[in-house]
Design a protein around this ligand. Structure first.
Ligand SMILES: Nc1ncnc2c1ncn2[C@@H]1O[C@H](COP(=O)(O)OP(=O)(O)OP(=O)(O)O)[C@@H](O)[C@H]1O
Ligand SMILES: [Mg+2]
Length: 375
């Protein structure tokens, strides 16, 4: 018996040391523990925002998928960090016989609860309780290590953005403005019917993209985006976007359809909002390729102005939906840097607005934005 348990411990330690992915690690631990401690049901529940949610289980499906912290015995273990042990004889009547609910603790932080119920042989002996406690402590360490690892990776991204700060982005913007002046001079001298005139316009449009990208990088490198709000009619913003969207018509025959149901005045940072829709329209154009529809609609919703950007493009998978707003997340593009939507989100947040997205793979994508009308 002792040899078997020792085996289980060695297996679990090896798992924990070799596996950084909680998605596979925790189910393995639950399974090995369930088998070796001979319990019918074992599960791990993790705490997220005061809610305990089942992460994995073996045996019968748990009666609750989620509980609030402090709800019932298991919720109490999660709330107080105190373990709960019942060792009842099989013959003692109703209810589960033997039951262990152990807090998963990393230092003073409670991360979840490890549940072991219905032991085959009536009782958990002292050794088994100690072993279960040891496994719970190892699980907690693995979860904490995973959380730190995830944070570190996010920080690495932020540091990388930090490196791009000031100098590079500034230089790019400045050099582009100089090049833009020369292009302007060329435009004036060239025959307006020549191909070269069209090429210059195309170069200017690409340069605008680069300039916006440089500003995006600069904005993302700041801890908090500072915006400059003014009062303007929504039609002003829409007109600028219409002008810009003509570039799509020319290059890919994709027409952006504007449905404007409000010409209210809004207190916002017009340049930043232009960037929001510039980024969303570019993504939409990338997603539909040569054929499809893009709609940008605006209406008033109570104290907010609601914007919608929808396209009939390739859509976004469920997996990717959760990552869209992370800096550097890009998928399916040759030239994508993955900054566009991160900037969009920052700008909307700085306006105390909200953004949400709906999509179906192979069918459509729709971004919904609400911004307080009066700033
Ligand atoms: N309308 C859309 N339809 C389908 N996929 C989209 C859409 N909008 C965004 N995505 C997906 O989200 C990813 C992230 O978008 P984001 O704008 O942040 O970066 P990007 O477009 O790849 O690069 P860039 O920094 O040049 O904007 C895209 O690479 C794409 O896979
Ligand atoms: Mg983009």
């Amino acid at each position: 018996m002792k040899g078997q348990l020792l085996n289980a411990l060695i297996k679990i330690s090896a798992e924990i040391n070799s596996n950084m992915e909680l998605d596979t690690l925790l189910p393995d631990i639950v399974k090995i523990t369930g088998d070796y401690l001979k319990v019918r049901n074992a599960s791990i529940m993790l705490i997220d925002w005061n809610t305990l949610t089942i992460n994995c289980y073996t045996g019968a499906a748990p009666s609750h998928n989620s509980l609030s912290v402090k709800q019932g015995i298991v919720g109490d273990v999660a709330g107080t960090g105190t373990e709960y042990i019942v060792n009842k004889s099989k013959n003692s009547g109703k209810g589960s016989k033997s039951f262990l609910a152990l807090p998963l603790k990393a230092g003073s932080k409670i991360l979840g609860v490890f549940n072991l119920t219905d032991k085959d042989e009536d009782f958990f002996n002292e050794d088994e309780v100690s072993i279960a406690r040891y496994i719970a402590s190892q699980c907690a360490l693995a979860i904490e290590r995973h959380n730190i690892y995830t944070k570190m990776r996010a920080n690495e991204n932020l540091q990388a953005i930090g490196l791009l700060k000031s100098s590079v982005a500034h230089d790019i913007s400045n050099l582009l403005s100089i090049a833009d002046v020369y292009l302007g001079l060329m435009e004036e001298e060239i025959d307006k019917n020549s191909n070269v005139y069209e090429y210059i316009k195309a170069v200017k449009s690409e340069m605008k993209r680069i300039s916006i990208l440089a500003t995006d990088m600069l904005d993302l490198s700041k801890d908090k985006l500072v915006i400059h709000k003014t009062k303007f009619a929504i039609s002003e913003l829409i007109n600028e976007l219409k002008l810009y969207s003509e570039a799509f018509n020319k290059s890919s025959n994709v027409q952006v359809e504007f449905i404007v149901k409000s010409d209210d005045e809004i207190v916002a940072d017009k340049n930043r909002l232009f960037r929001v829709f510039f980024n969303l329209l570019n993504n939409a154009a990338d997603a539909i390729g040569e054929k499809g529809r893009i709609i940008l609609s605006v209406k008033r919703t109570g104290k907010d102005i609601s914007f919608l950007v929808a396209d009939t493009g390739k859509g976004i998978s469920k997996d990717n939906l959760g990552k869209l707003f992370q800096p550097f997340f890009t998928s399916g593009k040759i030239k994508g840097t993955g900054l566009g939507l991160a900037v969009v989100q920052d700008i909307i947040k700085a306006h105390s607005g909200r953004i949400s997205v709906r999509s179906r793979l192979g069918a459509y994508t729709c971004f919904l934005i609400r911004i307080p009308k009066d700033g």
